[in-house]
Design a binder for this molecule. Structure first.
Ligand code: FE2
Length: 363
């Protein structure tokens, strides 16, 4: 790979979370979000220091890992950050070449390449650091089809599904004045492109503000918005995240559905808690976004938000944080042509977040 050639990344392979109790988290993602449990590793499979559950829905794969030891990097990570995303693993054809190029271009190495055998095939992986204690593992699969990973035994505990099909984008929160450094990292090391930028005038309410830049892989399949807090009259939600996660990290994961009304109906039925916007949001919706295929009464019933750009429109909704700390949350998104991120909804959403920040005493 020459100096500015993009790293040949296919897509997000999986996300690994460090959690306090992976067994219970696996029930949450299965019974509430509808993921199938498709693999397990732990003492029963010869792994002594951790237990992990492999979850899948559509092309979305999560690994939920908990430490079994009193000390060590995994335990320290969990104590500092609470439950959260440790690894945004990226699928590549040649993990060693991609890792070597990334390191040569300035990425901080985390794991040297290792190859693990699985059945008749194997997986080669190597990792580099990104913001905070978050890492990217490059995963090369040779005859080991997703979702399977070495060290796991196959399981089949169905979750029923909620129509979620893929990771649409994954957002990182970084410290004030650090966004541009991390954008440069993805441009210079990964060869990503600058896809979109939002400044304080796009993303501010009466009280708080943030700035965001979206970087994208050239094939458009990996999109990472990077947020930083911006000065406002009160504490930005990005600063609240950083204060409780004790550093930068993954703020939200947007999951795509092909039918958002059906997905949200199912997720609500199963107990997912979503942010609430005032019902006045829907009064002017038709004028603001024009004709929609969906029935506005149903969008109002389920609290689904809509935004239009010059390519089409999108429908989206955000969960409340899924931990006690106000850190990671999910977005459910359906795209009908639009390539954006719901700029027209930012204000209503951030006001909804501020109401929750205020209840936590953090605004
Ligand atoms: Fe998003």
């Amino acid at each position: 790979m020459t100096s500015h050639e993009p790293l040949p990344i296919r897509e997000v392979d999986h996300l690994e979370f460090y959690v306090g109790n992976a067994r219970q988290a696996s029930y949450y993602y299965r019974l509430v979000f509808g993921f199938d449990q498709v693999g397990y590793r732990g003492p029963e499979t010869g792994v002594r220091d951790r237990a992990s559950y492999l979850m899948q829905q559509g092309n979305i794969r999560f690994v939920l890992t908990t430490p079994l030891e009193a000390e060590g990097p995994l335990t320290a990570h969990l104590a500092r950050h609470g439950d959260g995303v440790r690894d945004v693993a990226l699928q590549v054809d040649d993990a060693i070449a991609v890792w070597e190029t990334a390191v040569k271009r300035g990425a901080r190495p985390i794991h040297d390449p290792i190859r693990e055998v699985h059945g008749d095939g194997g997986v080669t992986r190597a990792a580099v650091a990104t913001y905070g204690d978050t890492i990217h593992t490059f995963i090369q699969r040779d005859g080991v089809e997703p979702p399977m990973l070495p060290g796991f035994r196959a399981e089949h505990k169905p979750g029923g599904g909620a129509g979620l099909v893929a990771v649409d984008h994954l957002v990182g929160n970084v410290e004030d004045e650090k966004m541009e450094d991390w954008v440069e990292y993805y441009l210079n090391v990964f060869g990503f492109t600058r896809f979109m930028t939002f400044d304080d005038s796009d993303i501010s309410t009466e009280f708080t503000a943030l700035r965001s830049t979206v970087v994208s892989s050239p094939n458009g399949r990996v999109k990472f918005p990077i947020n930083e807090p911006a000065p406002g009259r009160r504490r930005s939600q990005i600063q609240e995240y950083i204060d409780f996660y004790h550093g930068p990290g993954v703020q939200h994961i947007a999951l795509q559905t092909g039918d958002i009304i059906a997905s949200i109906a199912e997720l609500r039925r199963r107990g997912v808690e979503f942010l609430q916007v005032p019902s006045s949001y829907y009064d002017s919706l038709a004028e603001r976004v024009g004709p929609l295929k969906e029935d506005i009464d149903r969008l109002r019933e389920f609290g689904i938000l809509v935004d239009r750009d010059d390519q089409g429109y999108l429908l989206q909704l955000f969960t409340r944080p899924v931990e006690d700390r106000p850190t990671l949350f999910y977005e459910i998104i359906q795209r009908r042509g639009a390539l954006g991120f719901g700029k027209g909804n930012f204000k209503a959403l951030f006001e909804a977040i501020e109401r929750e920040q205020a209840l936590r005493g953090n605004l």
